[in-house]
Design a protein around this ligand. Structure first.
Ligand code: FAD
Length: 362
């Protein structure tokens, strides 16, 4: 698989190159593309379209195998960018004009009408919260911002206990009520702040995928950072091959390559988006119970699902649950999840949930 290493390195080099308009956010956040894609189509005779670009402070990439006649990167890319721009306008906390940012600023505790799109992502967040007993929580925003992992600048010092307690008081998935028809949301406190970053890249990959399908495209792979959606096969007629990285902050190397067809996959980890203080690592996955970044042996979790949004959310949820409760939850929920833990010598060791292993054997 790694035989196509040169092309692989070229791809990585392209993805790592910040484009106009995203340089500072990109540099600050580091790359979160914890799932690397292995194209591997060098010997293919079938045509394919490949393009990538900036979105959500990171990068997206699209590959279309055997495209319908007349289609080109030039015809597809502006439309894909429009789909992703629409997602940002709906659910970004980094865009002060987005629907979500306006909702977060709205101090009302009455029902607030929301779009069907925003409803969909919030509803998925609430579903995962209920299944994880609140380890996953989209009202985590005040804590994410306090620790410097949101749109606000990183504080010069670690938050105090009082600051953590004040932010925690605003957090709690049960403080949100949702209504499906017509879509609306009610906050128990006016200062609830919703953060959909754990679901957003996957949601973006799903939205692009659905749009590609509406254009008659049957074989594609869409990645928004570490959230990837595939349909059909690659240009060689084989399943798309996706590599899971070793959870190492200082270099990129492949831990395992997974064949994925007609499924989505997302990886969350503690090794790209973090800071260190007094020799301790603080990563962007926050435990709502403690109000602090998770600090465990678990280096990354990859989840495979039909939907990239669901895979994205669960990957974060299982990271927060940790190396003991995470695998238990994956088993109980029938989730296809792959965990990489670090042993006492910092050596990575991977293992899959029963559903993951059964997918890999097919
Ligand atoms: P994931 O593991 O998928 O998610 C981790 C994130 O989830 C954390 O960073 C936090 O926000 C949240 N989280 C932490 N703990 C929990 C918990 N217990 N429960 C639920 N959620 C939790 N970044 C920029 O720098 N600039 C931008 O312009 C920008 N625009 C964006 C626009 C959109 C629409 C979205 C969705 C994100 C944007 N981002 C931007 C954020 C950036 O891409 C995020 O880092 C990313 O979405 C988080 O994904 P991940 O793969 O890094 O980590």
């Amino acid at each position: 698989m790694f035989g196509s290493g040169f092309r692989f390195r070229q791809w990585i080099a392209r993805v790592l190159r910040p484009g106009p308009g995203v340089r500072s956010a990109f540099a600050r956040r580091s790359l979160v593309a914890v799932s690397l894609l292995v194209g591997g189509c060098a010997q293919s005779e079938d045509p394919q379209i490949v393009f990538d670009g900036p979105t959500m402070g990171t990068y997206y990439s699209v590959k279309v195998a055997r495209p319908p006649q007349g289609m080109s990167a030039e015809s597809l890319q502006p439309q894909v960018a429009k789909v992703l721009d629409a997602v940002v306008a709906e659910i970004s906390t980094y865009d002060p004009t987005s629907e979500l940012s306006r909702l977060n600023r709205n101090p009302s505790t009455d029902w607030i009408p929301i779009s069907a799109e925003l409803y969909r992502v919030v509803a998925e967040g609430q579903r995962i919260s209920s299944l994880t007993d609140g380890a996953f929580d989209i009202t985590i925003g005040p804590l994410v911002n306090l620790w410097g992992f949101g749109p606000e600048t990183r504080p010069a010092r670690l938050p105090s206990e009082q600051e953590i307690a004040a932010a925690k008081a605003r957090v709690g998935w049960r403080k949100l009520e949702l209504r499906a028809d017509p879509p609306a949301l009610r906050k128990a406190r006016g200062d609830i702040y919703i953060d959909l970053s754990a679901l957003g890249e996957g949601y973006g990959a799903d939205r692009v995928g659905v749009w590609l399908e509406s254009q008659g495209i049957t074989d594609y792979m869409v990645a928004v950072a570490g959230a990837i959606r595939t349909r059909g096969n690659n240009a060689k007629g084989e399943p798309w091959a996706i590599a899971i990285e070793e959870p190492l902050p200082d270099r990129r190397s492949v831990h395992r390559i997974i064949p994925v067809s007609n499924r989505a996959l997302s990886t969350s980890g503690d090794y790209r988006n973090f800071f260190e203080e007094n020799g301790k690592r603080y990563s962007h996955e926050i435990d709502p119970m403690t109000g602090e970044p998770v600090d465990r042996r678990l280096g990354s979790v990859t989840v495979v699902d039909d939907s990239a949004m669901v895979a994205d959310g669960w990957a974060t949820a299982l990271m927060v649950l940790g190396d003991r409760r995470g695998p238990e939850a994956a088993k109980a929920q029938g989730l296809a999840a792959y965990f990489i833990v670090r042993d006492t010598n910092d050596q990575p060791r991977g293992f899959g949930s029963p559903a993951f292993e059964s997918i890999m054997q097919r």
